[in-house]
Write a protein that binds this ligand. Structure first.
Ligand SMILES: [Zn+2]
Length: 259
């Protein structure tokens, strides 16, 4: 066998290797696809590949998962959210550096759902809202000075240092007695900071969440607080936890901040 023959033989061997690798890869891919739970109700063999990628991307952004009935439940680890199907209905789970939230969105028990049980949960990394009292009071002073104009502040939770700070956002245009528009404050680039609380004031008007506030807070994950009646001896406050369109009222006595 001369050198030329050897090269030809080698090329043949390479072709065989390539072909068997391709067959192996195809078989493996099929086996994985068969083993994988079908979370998207599609026929993968008969769909538009680009549209399917869009559905896969949506599923990745907001996954669904069944709550295990026999194994321990493993909570969401990274910032994001997912839907959970449990024995008694559909739940939402949300994770932020400062928050772990589980909330039943819809109860269902007529048709037996063969999954595990889950309970509502609101876990705040900072424990109580009162840990930010100093920053709330700082904003209160600022808001009283600005009244009757509205003002706003973001309370930042630093999950590395485990401490609060306050940042006043840059106002866009001119604040009025009923409207304020501001830029989102800058956060540390290392990801240690997140906006856990947004505060704004209603000047001399009462503290409540207006339709404008509802529209602004839709789709956000944060605690929202509004201070009002800032010309009174005892101003009013309202707080709520905003989670992707859910609003859960939080009772905070105004005396704690203004007393
Ligand atoms: Zn408002």
């Amino acid at each position: 066998m001369n050198g030329q023959d050897l090269i030809i033989k080698f090329e043949e061997l390479l072709d065989i290797t390539r072909a068997s690798y391709a067959a192996f890869a195809e078989q493996t891919e099929r086996a994985i696809a068969e083993q994988r739970p079908m979370v998207l109700a599609v026929d993968e063999q008969n769909i538009d590949a680009d549209k399917f990628q869009l559905d896969v991307a949506l599923l990745k952004a907001a996954p669904i998962a069944a709550v295990p009935a026999h194994s321990p439940f493993h909570p969401l680890q990274d910032a994001g959210h997912r839907f959970l199907l449990a024995a008694d209905g559909l739940y939402l789970e949300v994770r932020r550096p400062w928050l772990h939230f589980i909330h039943r969105l819809a109860e269902h028990t007529s048709v037996r759902i063969p999954y595990g049980a889950l309970a509502n949960k609101v876990e705040l990394a900072f424990g109580q809202l009162g840990t930010a009292l100093e920053q709330m009071r700082e904003f209160a002073v600022h808001a009283m000075e600005a009244a009757p104009l509205e003002s706003a502040a973001s309370l930042i939770w630093n999950s590395d240092l485990k401490q609060w700070s306050i940042k006043m956002p840059k106002i866009i245009g001119e604040a009025t007695a009923s409207r304020i528009q501001y830029e989102q404050v800058d956060l540390a680039e290392d990801g240690s900071e997140s906006i856990a609380m947004d505060l704004h004031s209603h000047g001399h008007a009462a503290a409540f969440f207006s339709p404008t506030d509802d529209a602004d807070d839709a789709g956000t994950v944060k605690i929202a607080g509004v201070f009002g009646n800032l010309d009174q001896n005892m101003p009013t406050v309202a707080f709520r936890l905003c989670v992707l369109g859910l609003y859960l009222p939080i009772q905070v006595p105004a005396e704690k901040i203004f007393g």
